[in-house]
Design a protein around this ligand. Sequence first.
Ligand SMILES: Nc1ncnc2c1ncn2[C@@H]1O[C@H](COP(=O)(O)OP(=O)(O)OP(=O)(O)O)[C@@H](O)[C@H]1O
Ligand SMILES: [Mg+2]
Length: 532
Amino acid sequence: MAKTTAPTTRRPTLPAPYTPTLTSRFHELISACFTGIWVQTHEPHEAAREITDLCRAENWRLGIWNCDSGVQFPVEQIAIPGVTETQDPLAVIRAMPQVSHGSGTTVLLFENLHRFLGSVELIQAIARQAITGKHNRAFIVVLAPVTQIPPELDKLFVCLDHDLPDHAQLEEIARGVATQDGELPDPDELPRVIDAAKGLTRSEAENAYSLSLVRHGTLKAETLWEIKAGQLKKSGLVSIHRGTESFDQLGGLDNLKAFCLRAMRRQSEGTVSNRPRGVLLLSPPGCGKSQFAKALGNETGRPTVVLDVGALLGSLVGQSESNVRAALKLADAMAPCVLMADEVEKALAGSNSSGQSDSGVTARVFGSLLTWLNDHESDVFFVGTCNDASKLPPEFARAERFDGVFFVDLPGRDQKDAIWGIYTRHYGLDAKQARPDDANWTGAEIKSCCRLASLLDVPLVQAAQNVVPVAVTAGDKIEGLRQWASGRCLSADRAGVYSRLEAGSGGRMRRVVRELGVKQTSDFSRSPPASR
Ligand SMILES: Nc1ncnc2c1ncn2[C@@H]1O[C@H](COP(=O)(O)OP(=O)(O)OP(=O)(O)O)[C@@H](O)[C@H]1O
Ligand SMILES: [Mg+2]
């Protein structure tokens, strides 16, 4: 029969100031007698090492179980017959009372236990142990790459994230790997290298540093970018865009370009409260939103991290929320960076449904994204793009969430001339030849016309016969978008608020002067460019 003594709790003995590392958070939870702890980690060995150090320092009994080697006791080097070699997690949970030692604390770590949680017996045994563990201070700790807690155990477990290494930890690893003379870069260059390693796990960073040493004899950011791009691709949630786009290759959008460059000029020096958050770009398809986000990274010397909004909505219930958390954590770890989320409205379309259609998954994903947009303290500049404002939940675009919500209209005459210039040069075409009627064309259509002229070796006017402007196929939608944006969005081309009335039917509007506060009326295009 279980003893009926009151739960034994201890006051945390951590030194101030409080630093939320895995060790300190774990210590708190054990002190407060949380008997079920789920640690989400991609580095179970690293997490186990940190917990082992803590258990050794605190004189707690620690057992580490996995299905391959049974239970190991790394701190005390003991063997408990019937437990040590046991590969069946149910038997280990049932034997926990024997493993506990007196009035001391016993921690049993289970690696990848989520793989076994289809068993009702195991769930029942864990539930019982999580309750009785409060009396004999026996703790069940799961180390797993995902958080998948069965509903029966939901209230008995608390979740911890094992964070990716921060700047100081990555530097420590770099110094541990680059030990020979000349292997460590100059003090000026080192922070760039460490920034490039952000987002990697400890062992990935160690491997990437080693590869850089083998290739170049020193730590180089380029090698780290290459490795990181590959690692992030595996996650399927975010990828790094490493292109050569620049603002020179993007005709028009002068206000938007100047606004973002100015906002990001001192981004890393600013305090958390005055750091820029990002912008939301609304426009018909093919007007250069994605191109802008990619070029912004290059212009400000930051990587552009692309968030795959569609992949965030995983097919398994419960996976989407952890996906979005994982993706935003990766973005935080990649700071300083530009985070681009294309066509946000598609993924967020169901968030108004209050769970009617998808058990509320999109609503919760959307909530996580909103919370992150409001609260994130990392140096991440968010660029969201959207083609259909009617699908966008209203709270997404409310003031303060973004530094600016911009409308990118179909290009006007000057912008179209600039875009023709860019692509006739790019495709080696005669810039003086006659141009087709480009009324209501987007930048993408001008590019497509130039590409076809080059590919088919025909004049632009002839190539244009193969271009069907989106304004023809989706004219009503574009008009609806303009109406929505009018008075609500900033103009991407000129300082001020976009107005449909002044835009006319053939292209972009004239400048609108309306007092809406400093940010919205300043002419940013006269500002000095951002320092690279
Ligand atoms: N203003 C512009 N200057 C130069 N190129 C442009 C411009 N607008 C669009 N383009 C070109 O058109 C192509 C499509 O642009 P992009 O993908 O950025 O459009 P988008 O607004 O993101 O479209 P969608 O809404 O369909 O995602 C790109 O290759 C881009 O270079
Ligand atoms: Mg796009």
